[in-house]
Ligand binder design. Structure first.
Ligand code: G16
Length: 543
């Protein structure tokens, strides 16, 4: 098997977004499309030759084909060893775990996260670096620049490898090792939590439902929750990964995890409910008749972290993405630890985690994680919640009430306007940007604007600068509206509008979030002229 060099020409638009390159499957199926992007990555990664590379994905349609292509290219580009999850499967946090454990140069992860899959769905690819985390912007910018100048890629002419058999095979000059995708990750989880306490919780009759949404987390959740922690069989629902996720959006939120939400808010509801997404890095947390917003989840975990063995020495610091509510800031202030505000995208937490400045972080987009890997981690968040509930002996509702009673409640919501024409979205943002500087001190819908600006970030560890990371309008009463365009959509533009309203200790804590936020939501739509620019009178998704 001799490496062959194939001529190619660049494709437009191979610019990685918030989390890698995401496009419709049909785009990735074009000859040379995947090869161009993979070669662009390989050309930019220092030290690839002779190194170990991890490869895996969320099992969606096109995953297996892509893994075979990448293996051939890895062999032709001088990689020494490729580590692949059986069946081409690795959840995103498990891939991060394996990269770190094996001392790999990085990993290629195939996923379009929570976007629908199947022949008419989406596909994606991202590179994670040697720390296990998403490539920083300096690297993704280099991949994009390379993709615009590429003239050839290297591959092998070889038959497909058997990805379903564990063990080592030779491919060209390299070793390909097919591993159990769950084992390393499950072992890591056991080292972080009080497994005995969680086992005791389940043995006492505590009932939970975990919705794997027919996505990658099914085998991980079944192994850890049912086999290792003794939760009854059937605790994990929709646990068999399907290439098209059963035709659903594998997106753990109130809109898409319908079955789970129905159970937790229905008769004879279990004590605890959770869901994860396509590639296993997101999580949604529910209690009986309670939805815990991701921003609140981060705050509650920070406040209770020392009940968990991994954090028994206390937290070093915490971080949240800018649009995430400031609930965790209040916990950090009370604990006397730093709280960093970063742009949207898990990659921005990497330097802070590596430097030991933080060991817990999260995002409003159903992402929570810590320093055990360099990705957000859905099942980890669920185990952390279980550990806290076991240690505290409280229900989810009791824990939330206690939290709000101590720190006040931050109501939180987000409206998404999807697939709007790019020009309309750009015009809306440009117009709003132009008005920001005149807003401070003005009265909007009965609230006084305290400050309004466009968020930019200087990484305190490496000094890198990221401009234009969202428009924010903060009010004197502690409420806030944020606008930004998504970096993960695959058709047109998605406008995200985020709202939060702070009710201090002793304030009104018992409202439904959409009711509490209605005036802010109306104000946000009016201030940005959403209907005027887009023709939309309501969001596509409200979470
Ligand atoms: C990715 C990123 C997250 C980000 C989310 C939404 O998550 O890793 O950091 O918060 O996208 O980004 P946007 O608002 O730009 O669409 P995932 O789970 O899709 O990989």
């Amino acid at each position: 098997m001799v490496p062959v060099t194939c001529p190619t020409t660049p494709f437009d638009g191979q610019k990685p977004g918030t989390s890698g390159l995401r496009k419709a499957v049909k785009v990735f199926e074009q000859p040379r499309y995947l090869e161009n992007f993979v070669q662009s990555i390989f050309d930019c990664v220092d030290g690839l030759s002779g190194a170990t590379l991890v490869i895996g994905g969320d099992g969606r349609y096109h995953n297996r084909t892509a893994v075979q292509t990448i293996l051939r290219m890895a062999a032709a580009n001088g990689v020494a060893r490729a580590v692949v999850g059986r069946g081409g499967i690795l959840s995103t946090p498990a891939a991060s775990c394996v990269i770190r454990k094996r001392g790999a140069i990085g990993g290629v992860i195939l996923s379009a996260s929570h976007n629908p899959g199947g022949p008419d769905g989406d596909f994606g690819i991202k590179f994670n670096a040697a720390n296990g985390g998403p490539a920083p912007e300096s690297m993704t910018d280099a991949f994009f620049a390379r993709s615009k100048a590429i003239t050839e890629y290297k591959t092998l002419e070889s038959p497909d490898l058997d990805l379903d058999r564990l063990g080592e095979t030779a491919l060209g000059g390299i070793a390909v090792e097919v591993i159990d995708p769950v084992a390393d990750y499950a072992e890591l989880m056991e080292s972080l939590f009080d497994m005995a306490a969680i086992r005791k919780l389940f043995a006492s009759g505590f009932r939970m439902v975990f919705d794997a949404m027919h996505a990658v987390t099914g085998p991980y959740a079944t192994e850890i929750l049912e086999r290792r922690l003794g939760a009854p069989a059937g605790t994990v629902i929709n646990g068999t990964p399907l290439e098209d996720f059963g035709g659903h959006h594998p997106d753990p939120n109130l809109a898409h995890a319908e079955e789970l939400v129905g159970r937790l808010f229905g008769p004879d509801a279990p004590d605890f409910g959770a869901a994860s997404d396509g590639d296993g890095d997101r999580n949604m947390i529910l209690g009986r008749n309670v939805f815990v917003s991701p921003s609140d989840s981060l705050a509650v975990l920070a406040a209770n972290a020392t009940h968990v063995p991994a954090f028994k020495g206390g937290l070093a610091g915490v971080a949240r993405s800018m649009p995430t509510s400031r609930a965790v800031d209040r916990v950090a202030a009370k604990l006397g630890i730093s709280c960093y505000e970063t742009p949207t995208g898990w990659k921005f937490f990497g330097t802070l985690l590596d430097a030991g400045r933080i060991n817990l972080c999260g995002e409003e987009s159903f992402g929570t994680g810590a320093d055990h890997v360099r990705e957000k981690d859905g099942l980890w968040a669920v185990l952390m919640w279980l550990n806290v509930l076991a240690a505290r002996g409280l229900s989810v509702a009791e824990l939330m009430a206690e939290h709000w009673g101590t720190y006040g409640r931050t109501y939180y919501g987000r409206h998404d306007y999807e697939a709007i024409p790019q020009e309309a979205a750009d015009a809306l943002i440009a117009e709003l940007r132009g008005t920001l500087s005149s807003l401070a001190g003005t009265d909007l819908g009965g609230r006084t604007v305290a400050a309004a600006d466009e968020f930019a970030y200087t990484d305190p560890v490496d000094g890198s600068r990221s401009e234009r990371q969202g428009l924010r309008v903060g009010f004197e009463d502690g409420s806030r509206i944020v606008y930004r365009l998504s970096g993960t959509g695959t058709s047109g533009a998605t406008l995200r509008v985020y709202f939060e309203r702070y009710e201090p200790v002793g304030g009104e804590h018992g409202l439904d979030a959409p009711v509490a936020l209605k005036p802010l939501a109306d104000l946000a739509a009016e201030l940005a002229g959403i209907e005027r620019h887009t023709g939309r009178t309501k969001p596509d998704v409200a979470t």
